[in-house]
Write a protein that binds this ligand. Sequence first.
Ligand code: EPZ
Length: 428
Amino acid sequence: MEKIIIKGGNPLYGTIEVSGMKNSSLPILFATILVKGTCVIENLPPIDDVTAAIAILKGMGAEVRNIDDTTVEICTDNVGCGTAPYDMARHMRGSYYIAGAELGRFGRTSVPLPGGCDFGQRPIDLHIKGFEALGARVDLDSGYIRAEADGTLKGTSIYMDVVSVGATINVILAAVLAEGVTVIDNAAKEPHVVDLANFLNACGADIAGAGTDIIRIKGVSSLNGVTYAVLPDMIEAGTYMIAAAATGGRLTVSNVIPKHLESVTAKLCEMGVHVEENDSSVEVWADAPLRPVNVKTQPYPGFPTDMNPQMCVIMCLAEGNGQLREGVWDNRFRYIKELIRMGADITVEPKVAYVHGGKPLKGTSVRAVDLRAGAAMVIAGLVAEGVTEISDIYHIERGYANLVEKLCAVGADIKKTVVSDGACVTAV
Ligand code: EPZ
């Protein structure tokens, strides 16, 4: 079993370069199913979810060539419908984008129901509503999403009862080759929705309004291969910004789009952290005691739900009490019991955590309960007294490229070990 071992107390100094965005990479990779000819996708993060997505595409018959560790060449001309390997697809959330892409290309789909982090209920009713509005019959049976349209999908108007990144993306994928115009009302505005629309428009699609709550997709007859670079990962960037402020160091986080980080920057500044924005980087440092703050996670451009756990850690370091309200998921506080094991003083209700800051965190053994919670445990380990051992780090490696190496390079005392039958074998 692999663990991350951290000896806390080192302030972080230097520069960390952010990799491509996981939540952009997955829809764009699966969107290549809609494209004739060859795409070259650049700035992909070398993370397990991207490796898995590429393996699924290969399993479906795509020809994929790794040009380097962040660039792949993909041709899906020979991809078969309904051939996503069950055991791979059911473990990741983003695999449900195959449904929208297959429906858009073949007029039918059969894809395993998705996996992903456990935040309680993760319904897909809006994905189904979108597919049915476009003219498909949808069945969920024996762990699969199956859908089929009589002939070509027909453009229509779809109102999203809840702002949903996944459902917005899946309807775009299904509608981009449909007959006529599709309008998505109450659409998600996340940068990764815009990134997908930009990729598809580069291939010849006709999508307008991405980044607003009304997206219009005019169906086109075909899409052609392009070379496209994925956006930088705003959540990875925000994670390292908080690590810099929490450890009392000074970090330049490079390869970012500062506008995507506005809500994170605003909250850190409320705490007394300094954030200097440059064209494609931010410099972060704290030179005074952290002030308490209240946070409510919301769909973009609100404070990202995927920064909930990381923000909770720095709120534990503030001198005073703060409230962290989760406005997107039913149960995103599973990680708090791990922070309490480190000495944090937090009381939790289903949708809000009351953080009583100022208590020192002490290193101990903790678990990564999901991807972003795992990143939060790393930040907690960086600031805790003593040594923190984090297990179940496979969650972290789904979404953070070279995290140990990146933190080592800026002064963290952090390593990854492989533990077999109780003995610590190697530090990698
Ligand atoms: C995406 O998940 C991200 N995952 C999540 O990031 C992120 O937390 C989430 O968007 C919100 O930003 C990927 O992009 C792979 P949603 P998704 O559909 O698309 C409700 C990470 O850490 N809803 O925007 O599954 C749902 O219950 C991961 O990178 C419905 O009610 O999220 C939730 O309350 C974790 N019906 C809200 O919408 C539906 O059909 C937002 O979910 C779909 C969603």
